[in-house]
Write a protein that binds this ligand. Structure first.
Ligand code: GDP
Length: 357
């Protein structure tokens, strides 16, 4: 019998053939030069797209050393930020978001605008970097020198994606982008996150499908600054016009927006580039009106205050639950709560007492 340690099986680690150190000795492995905070800031404010991309990668990095540099870069870019119009675009998958952004982006870049497109996709494990991963998405815009497209950071929770996207907006603005689109790729809670970082929230819809079918919750319709019914082409023109009237009536039942803006409903065809200019005009009117009545800045200020509180809330909870003694105490108290020998409040107070010590 052959003993197992001398018998070659696929389960044994084979020594293999020794590899030459360099297959092509002329090929030097390119290592990216480390950039300083000043390099990043100068590059970004000088409009260097490669450096902007690298800075966003830094923002998205989980390495503490990267985060330190990223936060410094953001801080130094802040004085140059804030001068864009931030547009959120949402709608169910298949409504035509990427086709619309392609068409809309081409329209506004033709007017000399610089456009950045960022995506929020908290479920991006499924579609890792879907915007760039899927080559058919925004092909034309990807090749447009006035456009910058960045996929959603992957592997993060919604809160994480939202934070990184807010920080990326600052850098894009410092790099001179006039218009920033934040697209929701996933459906669900991401709309609220997007709404908390944009000036104008655009809801793309389809004719003929019920609201439930479109997965549009009332709350999302209430957030919208415009409803745009896409695919109003061919046989779908008439149903789209009917849907427009229906949504106009539905909106009348909603509470009025505090900023005085009357939410318009319009139709377009992203694929035929029809009425895309109308949507841009709506956004320009909104910007003018809300800048005149002060609500544009007020909205941004309110967003900052909300982010501030959300961040405190997140950090407090995180720090609290990450403490080993708190975790142990909770583990110890849970059975007592379940057996009824202590009330949840008493248990909670015991945990807090531990934290106060
Ligand atoms: P997304 O999932 O919301 O990003 O939607 P896509 O942009 O990928 O579009 C989904 C499908 O709808 C694609 O097959 C598009 O070609 C099609 N589509 C998008 N916009 C229009 C439009 O305006 N008219 C018509 N007829 N089809 C469209």
């Amino acid at each position: 019998m052959v003993s197992s340690d001398t018998f070659d099986t696929a389960l044994n680690v084979q020594e293999g053939i020794e590899q030459p150190t360099q297959v092509n000795p002329f090929l030097q492995k390119k290592r990216k030069k480390e950039l300083s905070v000043a390099d990043y800031v100068n590059g970004i404010t000088g409009g260097d797209r490669v450096i902007l991309s690298r800075a966003i990668t830094l923002i998205e990095s989980v390495k503490p050393a990267h985060q330190v540099i990223a936060q410094e870069v953001i801080e130094k870019c802040l004085p140059y930020s804030g001068h864009s119009v931030r547009i959120g675009i949402t709608g169910v998958p298949g409504v035509g978001k990427s086709t619309f952004i392609e068409s809309f982006g081409t329209h506004i870049t033709a007017q000399g605008k610089q456009l950045a497109v960022l995506a929020i996709d908290p479920s991006s494990e499924r579609s890792k970097g879907s915007i760039l991963g899927d080559k058919t998405r925004m092909e034309q815009l990807s090749a447009n020198p006035r456009a910058f497209i960045r996929p959603s950071p992957s592997g993060l929770t919604l809160g994480g994606v939202a934070r990184k996207t807010r920080e990326s907006i600052i850098l894009c603005e410092a790099a001179g982008f006039d218009v920033i689109i934040v697209e929701t790729v996933g459906v669900g809670q991401s709309e609220t996150a997007v709404n908390s970082m944009v000036d104008f929230f655009l809801l793309l819809m389809l004719a003929g499908a019920g609201d439930e079918l479109q997965g549009i919750k009332r709350g999302i319709m209430e957030m919208a600054d415009a409803l745009v019914i896409n695919k109003a082409d061919g046989d779908n023109v008439r149903p789209s016009e009917l849907a427009k009237t229906r949504y106009q009536s539905a909106l009348r039942l909603f509470p009025k927006q505090e900023n005085g803006w009357e939410v318009p409903v319009t139709t377009c065809s992203a694929i035929e580039n029809h009425a895309i200019d109308k949507v841009w005009q709506i956004i320009c009117d909104f910007e003018k009106e809300t800048k005149n009545n002060g609500f544009f800045d007020r909205n941004r200020n309110e967003q900052h205050v909300k982010i501030f509180y959300d961040w405190i809330d997140f950090t407090l909870k995180n720090n609290f639950f990450n403490k080993l003694e708190i975790q142990n105490k909770i583990d110890q108290l849970l059975p007592l709560i379940l057996s009824g020998s202590i009330t949840p409040y008493q248990a909670g107070n015991q945990v807090f007492a531990l934290n106060d010590n």
